[in-house]
Design a protein around this ligand. Structure first.
Ligand code: IPM
Ligand code: MG
Length: 361
């Protein structure tokens, strides 16, 4: 039995609905294993803008810093789309990642056998896919110099892509260490044929690789990687890449699992503290309808138990329950095929919890 402090940041759109299911899963773990989770809710994103005028209040950062882990839903929506950059909901998400030093974003894409038909790709391409995107999360073009200006009456905008070798080194170490726990292969993705930052990236990754002679390293240009992810996704084990490339490639990788509604993520820094969130966004088009897929959030809870709380057995139970519920044919709308009976967010959460209880016996 152990005590943990968790901050939840439901955010916008479907965020509150899916985080509610994640919290129910935490409560089920409490009951089944007699742990105690002290759960505090805080504001981020659009809802925070509405209530406080800023996307990331200091109290939210403080609550996260006083916690063992954070569960986040999603931020953003059309209501705030016209806001200036620093007053957009996304600024809250980028701010919390940066302030908490969460430079390593882990996004595993694993094909569930029972869902291979839900993918738009052929079953033989999808079946057996098991890859991990390690996205650098606190550097690159997301955090470079930004500017709007006018030159001779013509509007211009600037975003700079900046990396130093320390930032590249630490994310490379993360990738190699994780590859050792998997299939010992790292694909470093860059655009070294064009970009100077990518040439530095490649040099540093090659240098770090010397400390991991047992791990195979290859370099793939980002455009070729985008293609190969669709053609032969089984080629990949760990993909390590800079912030924006990782953002794009992880959405692509998500579709290998059938739906972006399935993809969980962990954002880690030094130590065990982490922020966990589904990769999909706030999906304002389906918010409030009770139809969002809670699985990505529930799998994010499993990652939290594994990476931040040291509760591997408990995490395995959640993953097993998700797999089993899918094998029994239960589907939310995003992963349903014609003829499937479609479950809502709460029903799907409940099915997974019942399955956890049954499997634990
Ligand atoms: C993600 C999202 C965010 C990002 C947005 C919402 C700022 O797309 O987590 O992948 O670009 O990092
Ligand atoms: Mg994204």
């Amino acid at each position: 039995m152990a005590n943990f402090r968790i901050t939840i940041l439901p955010g916008d759109g479907i965020g509150p609905e899916i985080v509610a299911e994640g919290v129910k899963v935490l409560k089920a773990i409490e009951e089944l294993y007699h742990h105690h989770f002290e759960i505090k809710e805080a504001l981020i994103g659009g809802i925070s803008l509405d209530q406080t005028g800023i996307p990331l209040p200091d109290e939210t950062v403080a609550s996260c810093q006083a916690s063992d882990a954070v569960l986040l839903g999603a931020v953003g929506g059309p209501k705030w789309d016209q806001n200036p950059g620093h007053l957009r909901p996304e600024a809250g998400l980028l701010g919390i990642r940066k302030k908490l030093g969460l430079y390593a974003n882990l996004r595993p894409a694993t094909a569930f056998e029972s869902l291979v038909d839900a993918s738009t790709l052929k079953p033989e391409v999808i079946s057996g896919v098991d890859l991990l995107v390690v996205r650098e999360l606190t550097g690159g073009i997301y955090f470079g110099h930004k500017e709007r200006r006018e030159v001779n009456g013509v509007a211009e905008a600037v975003d700079t892509l900046h990396y130093n070798e320390k930032e590249i080194e630490r994310i490379a170490h993360t990738a190699f260490r994780l590859a050792r726990l998997r299939r010992n292969k790292v694909t470093s993705v860059d655009k070294a044929n064009v970009m100077e930052s990518s040439r530095l990236w490649r040099e540093v990754v090659i240098r770090v690789a010397k400390e991991y002679p047992d791990v195979e390293l290859e370099h793939v240009l980002v455009d070729a990687c985008a293609m190969q992810l669709i053609r032969t996704p089984k080629h990949f084990d760990v993909i390590v890449t800079e912030n924006l490339f990782g953002d794009i490639l992880s959405d692509e990788a998500a579709m290998l699992t059938g739906s972006i509604g399935m993809l969980a993520s962990a954002s880690l820094g030094e130590g065990t503290f982490g922020l966990y969130e589904p990769v999909h966004g706030s999906a304002p088009d389906i918010a409030g309808q009770g139809i969002a897929n809670p699985i990505a959030t529930i799998l994010s809870v499993a990652m939290m138990l594994k990476y931040s709380l040291g509760l591997k057995v408990e995490a395995d139970l959640i993953e097993l329950a998700v797999k089993s519920v899918l094998e029994k044919g239960y589907r939310t709308g995003d992963i349903a095929s014609t003829g499937d009976e479609v479950k809502g967010t709460v029903e799907m959460g409940q099915l997974i919890i019942e399955e956890m209880k049954a499997l634990k016996k």
